[in-house]
Write a protein that binds this ligand. Sequence first.
Ligand code: GDP
Ligand code: GDP
Length: 386
Amino acid sequence: MFGKLKEKLASFTKSLDKTVEEKAVLPDEPETVFEEDDAAGTGADSGVLKDGIENESAADAAVIKDTAMAIDLKDPEKTPDAGAEPKPEKVGLFGKAKALIFDGEVILDDKDLEGPLEELEIALLESDLALSVTDTIVASVKEQLSGTRKRFGKKTSGIVEESLRNAILEVMSANVFDFDEFIAGHSGQTIHIAFVGINGTGKTTSIAKVANRLQKNGYSVVIAAGDTFRAGAIDQIQIHADRLGVKTIRHQEGSDPAAVIYDALQYAKARKVNVLLSDTAGRMHTNVNLMAQLEKICRVSAPDLIIFVDEATAGNDAVERASQFNAAVPISGTILTKLDADSKGGAAISIASITQKPILFFGIGQEYDDLLKFDPEWFVQKIFED
Ligand code: GDP
Ligand code: GDP
């Protein structure tokens, strides 16, 4: 998932690692003297400092072991496995001194960061992040890394990656909304949820997924076949509903969608159905008449939630459409579908920030269970996992 974004972000961390390594210069003469014995038994780098703290040899050894990891990161190919057997050969004085330098602190200034941050900006823009969100992330990474004293007793790439993770998490966590809590908090009344968005993005499938999820959580559901505009749309939603054993309220093709949804709401209320899910025509956001129709639906049977559905694969276009729909009818949040397809990930990072409305769910496949409640941690994990 997010192969391209992953690739680009890896290139940024590599570039910054290089800067860090270049800054960590060796002194002319190492001031510390080592004993060559392997007292602490930690393997290749377990020499004990002869500075009066031999009794803390275990702690020292741990530090030196850590620093040796930093050296190995100069050449990631050579990074030893955490659980690997210690190398039998002894590391010379030079190597140990170097290890200490790397365990010391490296201070990154703005100048060091300039090149890598430019690279990061391009990487994010190429991954379909909106410009303003890209700026926010780059500024956050800069703030986290610049002027900070860093101990490089661990992977340098870990530190750079951590700053990026934090920045992305911060942007994505800005507007969080708990769908389950909302539903639970409105029990005893029919909750009306309308779905809007353009054709082909996975709106119908997402309605079925939400219906399935609600049913599994013990709620009764009715679907309104409110897309009376597109040929076959009513049958399409009916097929999903039949599979799930959900009642559909439908009128003729071409009839007024506001009337279908109104009827469906009366039906659901009369039968004390927990949730009404209303499909709407997959209107083009630029079509003024269709947008006016959407406003009418919202006027006649005011939804408690209006969920905008779009596909992650559409990148910036999805973000742009979300803004335009939000201007016509106030959306409550977004379902971003097809995250499992070849999406660059940018839309998922940008959309909540640009619309100031939360992502509710990710669509991650074509099955009814392929609906993932929004979780920024999960998303960031996916970006950085190997
Ligand atoms: P609508 O026109 O917006 O109602 O779109 P549909 O619900 O008919 O979906 C269009 C196509 O996208 C269908 O083939 C769906 O199976 C597929 N689809 C929907 N959601 C997802 C998803 O999360 N992942 C993948 N891979 N495909 C999806
Ligand atoms: P059921 O399918 O056995 O539950 O039979 P119903 O009498 O409830 O529904 C038969 C048809 O009438 C279905 O196609 C529904 O779409 C439609 N229907 C049921 N109730 C309503 C309603 O309140 N309003 C509208 N417009 N249609 C309804």
